[in-house]
Design a protein around this ligand. Structure first.
Ligand code: URA
Length: 182
């Protein structure tokens, strides 16, 4: 078992896939290591690649808005991505890139020991919940695996594209927060 700081050092110097050749910074997860709630998104974008901090671009503003409306702050949760380096041009991370990065996510999860995992968007939901997960149909549904609740909400960038999804996403997050009390 590694410490969180060891894990951060591995991620920072990682060369397990070719995304390491085009990144400026790898982006380790952030937040409260004792949180019961782990958010998993897709991959860093341009802003995150530049500053090394997850969800600090436009999607991050939507994420913060969603969190606040659901009565949470970043200090209370932990937020990370499936893939820790930016895919060029913000394309979807390839299966082999996701696979190469998975040990880091597994260690983050082991260290945090969340009670609920909230996938942000299709890529994370298909990786964590089920390969054929349909985000449009199944967001806000819950599944229990090894005593951990799993759920998914729309990715903030999907809300940017269609703001009518904001209200239901806030409702999904509120429902996820309620699960922490069970
Ligand atoms: N989109 C993501 O999925 N993750 C980030 O950290 C930023 C944008």
């Amino acid at each position: 078992m590694y410490t969180y700081e060891e894990l951060r050092a591995f991620v920072s110097g990682c060369t397990r896939c070719s995304l390491s050749q085009t990144r400026h910074h790898s982006v380790m997860g952030r937040g409260n290591l004792s949180s019961g709630m782990l958010f998993i998104a897709e991959a860093p974008g341009q802003t995150e690649d530049q500053n090394g901090i997850p969800f600090t671009g436009r999607s991050g503003q939507i994420f913060d808005q969603m969190l606040e409306a659901a009565g949470m702050t970043r200090e209370e949760i932990y937020l990370t991505n499936i893939v820790k380096c930016r895919p060029p041009g913000n394309r979807d991370p390839l299966p082999q890139e996701q696979e190469a990065c998975m040990p880091y996510l597994k260690y983050e999860t082991l260290l945090i020991r969340p009670r609920i995992i909230v996938c942000l968007g299709r890529i994370a939901a298909q990786r964590i919940i089920r390969p054929d997960f349909r985000i449009t149909r199944e967001h806000g549904t819950f599944l229990e695996r090894k005593n951990v609740w799993l759920t998914a909400v729309y990715h903030p960038s999907a809300i940017l594209r269609d703001p009518s999804r904001l209200e239901e996403s806030i409702a999904d997050l509120k429902a996820a927060k309620e699960k922490l009390k069970i």
